[in-house]
Design a protein around this ligand. Structure first.
Ligand SMILES: [Zn+2]
Length: 224
């Protein structure tokens, strides 16, 4: 790439670059320590400590999605079982929705399936809002595991801002309010007047691009 564009080229992990984007120009702007968690196909993590990306010695130091929250839980793509990602990714939500539908032929979710017949991450939340009991069990479980992973992350890093992004966040208050309620109740510093602010990511898919651009600029400045 360097040869083709005649500019210095640096390499960074995509989730780390996305976290840096939110830190420089998005939801985590103004923080000193920040963690960004993206709920997508997987659960991506990026950690900023003292304004700098923390990547470990091998760029894999922020794999928050692959910390186990249920020993011997369902298998994860990484080879372990019961990872945060297995439950809190959109893929995880779809899996739990399908399991509940198989077990409950009476659930409204069967009738609410889109024409394509494909189960989406939205289905359980839509059916829950329509008053379906089984869908509510799915969303409650999703929220419980998400809160566990986020509380673990806050207990480890105590960031001033933790931002969460990804399509699932579009569910808004019915997802976020109960999740934050569990975190507030369980976090180690619950009795402290100072606690991590949980916010929604602002830059969407551009976070990685913006972060990468600023990182290149910063690294170039550091070299001069
Ligand atoms: Zn894993």
């Amino acid at each position: 790439m360097q040869k083709f564009i005649a500019k210095p080229v640096f390499i960074e992990n995509d989730a780390n670059a996305a976290a840096y984007g939110e830190f420089v120009a998005g939801a985590a702007k103004g923080a000193t320590h920040a963690v960004c968690i993206t709920l997508g196909t997987g659960v991506g993590g990026g950690i900023i400590i003292d304004g700098k990306i923390y990547a470990g010695f091998n760029y894999a130091g922020a794999e928050i999605g692959h910390t186990v929250i249920e020993v011997d839980g369902p298998p994860c793509t990484c080879g372990r079982k019961g990872c945060f990602e297995v439950f809190s990714s959109a893929t995880g939500l779809i899996r739990m929705t399908k399991e509940a539908m198989a077990e409950h032929p009476e659930t409204l979710m069967h009738k609410m399936l889109p024409a394509s017949g494909r189960v989406t991450a939205r289905l359980a939340f839509e059916a829950m809002r329509a008053g379906d009991k089984t869908a509510k069990q799915v969303t409650d479980k999703y929220i419980k595991y998400l809160a566990a992973g986020i509380t673990n992350t806050i207990n480890t890093f105590q960031p001033d801002i933790l931002c969460i992004g990804g399509g699932v966040c579009n569910e808004g208050d019915p997802l976020l309010l109960p999740m934050m309620e569990i975190v507030r109740r369980e976090v180690y510093t619950r009795n402290s007047p100072k606690n991590t602010k949980i916010v929604i990511a602002q830059l969407g898919n551009d976070a990685g691009l913006i972060g990468a651009a600023f990182l290149g600029l910063d690294k170039q400045k550091a070299q001069q």
